[in-house]
Structures are given as structure tokens and as C-alpha cells.
Design a protein around this ligand. Sequence first.
Ligand code: ZN
Length: 616
Amino acid sequence: MPVTVEQLLLATSLFWAFSANRLFQQAALKERVLGDPATWGFLGALLLMLTALHFLLLAPVCNRWTVKPVLALMIVGTAFATHFMQHFGVYLDPSMMRNVLRTDVAEARELFAWSLLPHLLLNAVLPLLVLWRVQVQPRPWGRATAVRLGSVLLAAAVLVGALLGVFQAFSSLMRNHKEMRYLITPANVVWSIGAVAAAQAQGVARPRQAIGLDASPGPRAAARSRPLVVVLVVGETARAANWGLNGTARQTTPELAQLGVINFPDVTACGTNTEVSLPCMLAPVGRRDYDEARIRGSESLLHVAARAGVRVHWRDNQSGCKGVCDGLPQDEVSSLNPAGICSEGRCLDEGLLAGLDERLAALSDTPRAKVGPGPAGTQLLVLHQLGNHGPSYFRRYPPAFARFQPACQDDDLQKCSREQIVNAYDNALLYTDHVLASLVSKLQAAQDHVDSVVLYVSDHGESLGENHLYLHGLPYAIAPDLQKRVPMAMWLSPGAAASIGLDAACLQRRAAQPVAHDHLFHTLLSLLDVKTTVHEDTWDLTHGCRAPWATPTGCGATHGPPACHWPRCWPGTPAGWTSPRLATSAPQPALPGATAPGPPPCCTTAAAWRPGCCWR
Ligand SMILES: [Zn+2]
């Protein structure tokens, strides 16, 4: 069948206006009465605009030779896009597109359910067959140009005319629901790919902006007698609504509940997907004055800490660190390939703990002169979980954690009931609880020679079918709280609280108040005792809960509280010696080599400071 390029473009644009934009039309007609003739007029105008828009989008890149490959590519892309938009309720904006483009093979495989086949058959294979059958008519060069110009002008006139006809209603709709434009398919795909590519090109052209150039170890870090290991666990897709420590009806965190961790029940995430949240949560200014280009173009907390001498290491069990660990030591669980943890390119999160015991033991074996005192004895280990990454929640935990039953065992969530989906999701949370508790127990085993802190926080939440929404990644302004509220918890070894000068009870009280990802950067700087002018007290959760640093002056029998209440003195106290001032604290194990009985050693100057001595 011979056709012209313009006819082909018009047919494709009409096809998309009707087949690919159902969600857009539903959203646009949501507040209208179906029986009202004005509603049908509005819908007619929308269809005209959608057709004209896509015609205008295609016209510049299609000629007799390019029209078939361009349309074939676009038809397939559109079919995939509409499937995921309709299936999971996602909007294809630039941040979602960034996620799509950075998806790895393992992630993509889980998203391709069998239900995709009939959709692809109808929306891609059939149109492709038609496209393959038609023959594009050749035209003389001059006439082709004239027809193209005329058709473009006509399409523009239709677009403007239809728009003017419904201008008031349409403009107020687009003003009040800005995110709706990301339902216009495939214009949303083209726009978002363009936006991501432009940002990428800009980022490549410019080196990452250095921040915290004045970062240096604070006095506590400089005077540290034992290594301090701060472990930041970046969770994945865990939502606050199902986090047992938040007092949910179902206990999904039984092991952490036994450990007496500090839980933060009211934490707001910076984004609704990993690509946004991860860089944002490690930036000095996140959601409170959100600027994606600035965040992506700048160094992260990890670079600032490394500048102050903290030894930083990123360990990944997901899709990489999204630039926040560029140029810093890093490894991947899949390359370490611990026994019994990995299969089909995916690893269980326990793999994140591989080699940790050896790492902690090495810290104690290393001569003091090498690891401390001083900033070299401070380490920041970031563990990036696979966590509750959907839709295949059942692949995130070993059989022993399949406690809530029946659990969804299918990559296609539509094949499972809501109860089964929630059960699989909660089982994955049970496993995260176990991974975190195992991490703490390893650190506890080493706590007589290494002080340690664990800070766990998820990157964003998840929808599990509420309001027919699944997964995450809705534009921030319209995303439900379920996608924005995340769990966060902290555990400190007794020695760490002392080394940092942190009053855990005070932090526990602070934890009850609202917290945001914006707090992480400044709080972590404090925990690591990194001094820099980018640190802001107002966004530091430990602010007001830390003992002021003073130059050691001496203590003991006569110079006790308040400084000597800090268990700082205590690890160095010889075995068998108990202090009346610490009568309520459990005795701490003595440091190796501490044998002389008597009061805790005192120190009068910073230079004379030694392990276990007190100051005020
Ligand atoms: Zn994520």
C-alpha cells in the first residue's frame, strides 16, 4: 500500500492519541461530568492537540528514508512506556527516565512479566507489521518540501486552534496538576530522555564542584585513642508504615527491637526514587532548597569526610552509588561473590557484611601508631542495600525469612492479592532487620577495641497497591506519604557514645521529632567529628546532645561530673575497679594492657592525654 510520509506520521500520531494517552485523558477528565457535552468537546480538543503535538514532534526527523526506523523505535518505546505507566502508576518524568536508563540487567529482568506480552503484541507488534507492509511513496524534492511545510503549518494551526478553544480550562488544569504533562506519551519519553542527556552533557563538561574545602579533623577525632567505625546503611524501598520499630501492628523488626536502638519514627525522604534520593541525602542542602543540578554537580558528604582524613569505603549491593562515591574506595558484593549469597546476578544483603570481621580485627592488630590516635582511626563504611527493591520482593530474602504467608511469589504483582504482596514485602523487611542486627552483633564482638556507630536509613518508600499505585517514583509533589516516609535507626557502642561525646538519651528524645534526609549530611559530619564551615548546627541531630569539647584538665576523685559521667573514662578503667559515679553503668571491659588498680588515670593537657583518662 503506497502512502506518503505525512500520512504515515498522521496515522501514528492518531494511534498514540487514542492508545497511549488513556491515563492523560482520565486525569484531564477526572473532575468533569461525563454526561456534559462540554466534557466531550474538551476531550475532542485534547485528542486534536495530542495528535498535532506528536505530528510536530516527528515531522522534523522523518523523511522517506528515516520514517520507518524512527517510527519503529518510537512505537516500541511507547509500548513499553505505556505498559509501566498503566501497570505501576508511574509518571515518565526526567528523574524516572534516569532510573530507567540506569537500570541493570538483573533489575530489568524482574520487571518483564508475562503480562507484558499481550500489551506488546497489541501496541508494538501489530503496528510494526502494518508499518512493515506499507510503501513510502517517493516525491520530487521540491514538492516534498512544500507538502512538509504545509502539513507542519496545518498541524501547528490545529494545535493552536484546539488550545484556544479550551484555553481557560486547559491552562488551569496544567497549572494545578503540573505533573500531568508527564502522562503525554510518547512526548514524555522524548522530553525526559532529552532532559537527562542535556544534564549529562553539562555534567561531563564540568568537573564536580568541591565542597567543604576547609574540612579537617575536629579535636575529638584528633585525640581518638581507639578506632571509630561509622557504618551508614543506605536502605532500599523500605517504608516507615511497615517498620516494626514504629509501632506497627505487625512486628517486622524483632531483632532490632531487642537491641535498644534509637528509632526515628518521623523521617521524610528527599526523593521518591534512588536516583534522586541517594545524591540528595548526602548533600549539604537537600529537599529544603532542592536543586538537582547543584546536587549532582557537587561533591558529597563522603568527599568532605575523606578530605578530613576519614577513611571512606562504599560497598554496593545495588545499582551503584549514583556519583556520591566517585573516586573513593568502593567494591560490589557481586564481585566479592560470598558463598551462598549470590545467584543470577543478584546477591542477598548479608553479602554486605562479607569480610567485616577481618576488617575489624585488622583495626585492632594494626599498631596504634598507624590507626590512631588521630583522624586515621576514623572510618566511614557505607553499605548500599538491595533491601526491599521491587517488584520481586520474594527474591530479597532467604527461605528462613518467609514468615508472613501466603507471600507473593511472582515478578508480576498483578497476579498476587494485596495481602500476598504485603506479606512478601514484610518478609523482606524482616531480612533487613536481621542484616542490621547481624551487623550490630559483629560490631559488638569488636567493641573492646573498636568504637562503632550504625546509622540505617532508607532512600524512599513504596506503594503496595494503595490507590492502585505500585512501586515508587511518583513526582515528589503528588507522591503519597507511603513513598516519602522512611525508617531510620541508630545504634552506638558504649565506647562510641563516649568517644563522640554523645548523650544517647538526649538523642533518643530528639528522635521523636520530625527528621528529614536533609539532616544526614550534618549529623554524620558530627559523628565523624569533621570540622568544616558547610556544617550547619540546625540540621545536626546531635546538636545540643553533645558534651562541649574542652581541653583535658584533669579529673578523678575530685574532678568528676559531668565529664566523668561519659563512659569515655570507663573503657580504660582497670579491671575490677568500680566508680561510685558510674554505679548504674555496667562495668566495661578493660583495655588491653590496663592492669594497675586504682582510680581512672587523669590527664591535664591534650598532649598528656591517654586512653581512658578523664577530663572536663
Ligand atoms: Zn531506591
